[in-house]
Design a protein around this ligand. Sequence first.
Ligand code: SF4
Ligand code: ZN
Length: 309
Amino acid sequence: MKCRRCGAEAVIELPQHRTAFCADCFLHHCRNQVRRSIDSYHMIDNTERPLVAVSGGKDSLAAWDLLLELGYQADGVYLGLGIGEYSDRSGEYARDFARQRDLTLIEIDLATDAGFTIPQAAAQRRTPCSACGLSKRHLLNKIALDHGYRVLVTGHNLDDEAAVLFGNVTRWDLRYLARQQPVLTEQDGFARRVKPLVRLSERDTAAYCVIRGIDYQVEECPLAAGNRHLGYKELLNQMEERTPGAKMDFYNGFQRRMRPLLDSIATKEKGELNPCDQCGSPTTGRLCAFCRLTEQTTKPGRPAESSPR
Ligand code: SF4
Ligand code: ZN
């Protein structure tokens, strides 16, 4: 099998693109895919200094590396979730990556900053992944704004986005579908959130890290068992096996064809936002969802605030 770009011996086949590449041309392909996403969705201006949310896993480290390769002066932020040794090791991978390249890595810790860990939130009968996602969204946004970053980058790849889309479609959840975009625009109290890896699959980011010599956390999070999205990923992988490119068609078709319809829903559903009584973040209720989670976890037994967000 030959590389389609240069004719050398290929090291990776990409059935979804009906092509194969040698190592150098594969890296070129990955940079190209990220460049296309950034440009077509207006994710990051050339003058901006993005902040990359790094977990120590392959996707976020590949995202950081790709942005640096494309010429962005990107910094990183690592949030310690307190998931035992898994979090300890994840933090080490993020720190090593930054140290080896002399990059700025901001570190925050859920236990120190909010007084609880994800296993403690899970013990209060919260689904660990929903408490975790909510904490990440809130604290990473806050840290970006506090440090003056206008754009926050996450490592969500095509497999992640297609799985979330699949879940939202099975429930016909229009509110969530309307919000599922590769760019969430900047507004008062929110940094712009961008996902430049939406054109790369999980297999692509793993291969990218191997070829670039990036060490990453390969262990699965011990709290992931039962996560619905893992099941959706398996289903989509079966589809992809039978019809290469199906995942990409599913996700890109949604963004191209459904986006204009959903944008009007998103605009209509926007509630009026006020500052959270506790932390000042924009919310439709008295307390934002993160402050309610913090109260429920650190002061169990108190009745939960019943605001819509
Ligand atoms: Fe958080 Fe769930 Fe991911 Fe574990 S699997 S890091 S709990 S979102
Ligand atoms: Zn709050």
